[in-house]
Write a protein that binds this ligand. Sequence first.
Ligand SMILES: Cc1cc2nc3c(=O)[nH]c(=O)nc-3n(C[C@H](O)[C@H](O)[C@H](O)COP(=O)(O)OP(=O)(O)OC[C@H]3O[C@@H](n4cnc5c(N)ncnc54)[C@H](O)[C@@H]3O)c2cc1C
Length: 465
Amino acid sequence: MSPRERLECDVLIIGAGAAGCLAALTLAREAPGLTTVLIDRARPSRSGSLASGAERLDPDPGRADFTPADEGLAEPLFDELEPTLELLRSLGLRIGEPLPGGGLRIPGENLKGLLARAVESTDVRMLSDYFVGGLLTTNESRVCGALAFEVRQERFLELRARAVLLATGAVYGLHGDGLGSDFGPGSPYNSGAALGLAAGALLTHPNELHRPLVLADSRAPARCLLEFAAAVVDGAGKSLETTAEAELRRLLAADPTGENGPYWVVLEDHSPEAPAELQRRYLECHPAATLRWAAIDFPRRGLELRLGAPVLDGGFTRAGLGVDAERRTTAAGLWAAGSCAGGVTGKGLLGRMAEGRLAARGLTGDLPDDTGPPEEAAVDALQDFIGAPLTRLTRVGSGIRAREYTERLRRIMDDYAPDGASSSTARATAAGEALEELDDAAELLLAASHLELARALLSSSGSYR
Ligand SMILES: Cc1cc2nc3c(=O)[nH]c(=O)nc-3n(C[C@H](O)[C@H](O)[C@H](O)COP(=O)(O)OP(=O)(O)OC[C@H]3O[C@@H](n4cnc5c(N)ncnc54)[C@H](O)[C@@H]3O)c2cc1C
């Protein structure tokens, strides 16, 4: 068994993304007596969705609309939007004018670094490059910490805490190459939803999956581009008669096999300044895509629009870990915030951050004096389970590598949901049987290093870097 160290704290935040950083800052400012650890599988200045960029802060507090939302969950979030905006201003974020498609303009490419630096300047202890593989519970089934491994060294870390906050973001690749890492048999640990489920928390509205509108050669959201669109046309050149994002999403979803596609965004006959503006917007939204496009005369040609793969994101829909008004999950000792928490549609980036603050306050109001330790044998068993692909490689030497496992899983999901949506009962039964077979194969999963182990457990979110 790899060596294991132990670290104790009052509050453990898993995920240093938008919600996790705001939760950490709130604890540092409002509960300075508490020891807080913020842990992330990557480097917080470049981790999570936010590191991909953002061009707008959603929603504009003055125009926020969180319907539909589960009862009692939207109001506390509304109240927290304006103070969160103030906090971001005080950190030095330049917040611009409201944008036509909603939200406030921000220089989003700088935001993640700004948040990470703000947390670093507090007493919060930041641990980067630690992958959380499972939650620890007491004999009374209260969550009391987590087990992580350092991705670049052969070392496990047992974290004990009086309260744990999951802020691990959305689950990408549900129906594709990420499924194995998130919900696949044998590897239920990489997303907050899966970590929470394994510890006894419940998911809410699990069928409300979000399918983003993306461009064919990028995973950047298409919304900022649509503001420049003269029309969106189908494969026959016929206009869809709308450039509104939600309406387009509905129209493309109504053509699951792409029979009438491909769909093209035709850009407006624009002023000479428009290409530069479009490029700037995209730079804020997705730096990597913009660099790729720098060589293309993109504003003059059509760009292919697609419906992205389904995502479990409790921000676009209500699907996620079920929480109460204080963002407490149904598992004692465990809170959730951001994309991994369900209950409110349309939280936007600002709402996800505001939720981090709500959860931080919620958990400080409910900290037990002492949770009691997890059972040593249970921690050993969890470590054995998480690290099994490593030990199997050295002891047994044969089995399947993570890549093959993921491939097999992808094939099962392609058969089950070829169009990315949920499927028939017959297909579900067949997929269930195939998954059981794969479950046996998971007993033979191999990893040559902690980094490969982390990769094996990761979703295809692209957040890992
Ligand atoms: C290209 C792009 C552009 C976008 N533009 C906008 C925009 O303009 N406006 C807007 O409102 N929203 C935008 N979004 C969405 C927005 O960025 C996200 O909704 C938001 O960042 C989610 O915040 P979060 O804290 O819930 O999750 P994240 O910010 O994704 O953070 C999750 C963190 O958890 C860590 N983590 C996950 N699992 C583990 C584990 N097992 N162990 C340790 N750490 C773990 C991850 O490394 C990550 O740092 C955009 C997203 C993308 C991808």
